[in-house]
Design a protein around this ligand. Structure first.
Ligand SMILES: [Fe+2]
Length: 493
């Protein structure tokens, strides 16, 4: 049995140079590296200073901005390669196009990250690059890598790229992240069995969350002779990966590789991969891939968790605003709940994607939040509104959009709220958009909103019966409402 502890130690001793003319960004990156445990981090404010420092220190990794005075990141990249052909450089690019990053890789950068970036993503890339370097033999500084080494390096980079991208836009819940992790683990190290064990710290027990077998493998073939549980505790204790090599790979139990899943410093699970029978032992490169995989997956789960708790908090706050409106007009809150529920059903009939349905959940609840700013004498007026008063009420969609403006999380929802009183024929408000220029989700809310208002008592009139209200929707199909959305709505009744 061996642990990659030695590798971890030397990893954090590697020399890193951070180059950026903007001091705040530079400091943020340097601080994050130091806090992560890297001990040798230097900084430079442009390409020229970076080059001077590199000549003296020959850093293992250079993280550089592209747009800088004196010497930009691209020129720096070329100059560094002139000095040392195997210099590892991560470019931080402000250009949104994917092509800019690809061009940087073609010019010899080991990786790139686009602004604005999540610092955890950058730290992940730094670690991957440094581990790559650690596995490669030290060069004499002038000679290029041999063809075999280059091919091997490209293969490794593509494996890491594949791992990184697999988690970048993963949709769905945590279970899907776990499943993706197990599947990838089997593929990248030619595993026979991959299990995600979730650690319950309270009961001090492990529960298998996902178990995956490679094609042609089954529980008896991967050799259950090794009892994995004691090793899982060891991984939790030491918080690092662990390899148990089978003494005779061909006959006995298959080798085992375990790596921790860590969120905010706490181990919440372990990925355990068994080698395929007859597939030999795990190499340090395999450990490297699995550690990279678990880190990336943990990062994804952590971001999800952060996003979800932040999102839930913010949504709670806005829901209490909606409740305030409800306390005033005794209608809005229940109305919003009903509108949300039925809008989601329409989205299902129309076959919309999960993210659209999620978006409706928020937009539906908050679509009338702007009413908080409408004065009582207008909002609660029992009789018919004057033209002026109607103009005031009409402001609630723009007001709602405004209330949500400071929250970047709700960009898409804001747009839907802004347009929920537009009409298909262009006679709605606030902008008089026509047809498909109106966001689809606004068109959905519009139908349900109108129907719900008609079928409930309002200060200015009594509720209509369901059939009369359905007739109204039918009659306004193609004028007030998107015909397709109206049909989807009518199909529910
Ligand atoms: Fe409204």
């Amino acid at each position: 049995m061996n642990t990659p502890a030695a590798l971890e130690c030397s990893l954090f001793d590697r020399r890193i140079l951070v180059v950026d003319d903007y001091e705040l960004t530079r400091r943020m990156i340097v601080d994050a590296l130091l806090q992560t445990g890297y001990t040798s981090v230097q900084e430079a404010m442009d390409g020229r200073e970076a080059l001077d420092k590199f000549r003296m220190g020959s850093h293992d990794l250079i993280i550089t901005d592209v747009m800088m005075p004196n010497m930009d990141g691209m020129e720096l990249l070329d100059r560094l390669h002139e000095i040392r052909a195997d210099s590892s450089i991560i470019l931080v690019t402000g250009q949104p196009e994917v092509d800019a990053g690809v061009a940087a890789m073609k010019r010899g950068a080991v990786d790139y990250i686009r602004k604005p970036f999540n610092i955890q993503d950058l730290l992940y890339k730094v670690e991957v690059c440094l581990r790559e370097r650690h596995l490669l033999p030290e060069e004499d500084g002038q000679s290029a890598l041999s063809n075999t080494q280059l091919t091997e390096k490209k293969k490794e980079l593509s494996v890491h790229g594949h791992i990184y991208e697999s988690f970048e836009n993963i949709e769905g819940d945590n279970q899907q992240v776990f499943e993706k992790m197990a599947e990838l683990a089997l593929r990248v190290v030619d595993g026979g069995e991959a299990t995600i064990w979730i650690f319950d710290a309270e009961s001090d027990q492990f529960h298998p969350q996902v178990v995956r077998y490679a094609e042609g493998s089954s529980p008896d073939q991967t050799g259950n002779a090794i009892n994995v549980i004691p090793f899982l505790y060891q991984v939790v204790d030491k918080r690092e990966a662990l390899v148990v090599q089978s003494p005779n790979g061909n006959g006995g139990a298959a080798s085992l590789l375990c790596a921790p899943l860590v969120i905010r410093g706490a181990v919440f699970g372990v990925l355990a991969v068994r080698r395929k029978k007859y597939a030999g032992i795990f190499t340090s490169k395999d450990v490297h891939y699995i550690v990279s995989l678990t880190k990336r997956a943990s990062l994804n789960l952590e971001n999800k968790l952060l996003y979800e708790s932040l999102f839930a908090n913010v949504l709670d706050t806005f829901q209490s605003l909606v409740a305030c409106v409800q306390m005033r007009d005794n209608y809005t809150q229940e109305h919003c709940r009903r509108v949300t529920k039925v809008s989601i059903r329409i989205a299902e009939v129309l076959g919309l994607e999960l993210q659209d349905r999620e978006c409706l959940k928020v937009a539906g609840i908050l679509h009338d939040v702007g009413k908080i700013a409408i004065p009582d004498n207008v909002l609660l007026k029992p009789g018919k509104l004057t033209d002026d008063e109607y103009e005031v009420i009409k402001q609630h969609s723009s007001l709602g959009e405004n209330v949500l403006k400071p929250i970047a999380l709700f960009d898409r929802e804001r747009e839907i709220i802004l347009h929920h009183h537009e009409r298909w024929d262009g006679r709605g408000y606030p902008f008089g958009l026509v047809g498909t220029d109106i966001p689809l989700l606004s068109r959905i809310i519009s139908v349900v909103d109108t129907f719900d208002a008609m079928t409930n008592n309002r200060p200015y009139r009594k509720a209509l019966d369901i059939d009369t209200a359905l007739d109204e929707i039918r009659r306004n199909r193609g004028t007030q409402f998107d015909p397709e959305v109206a049909d989807a709505f009518l199909s529910l009744y």
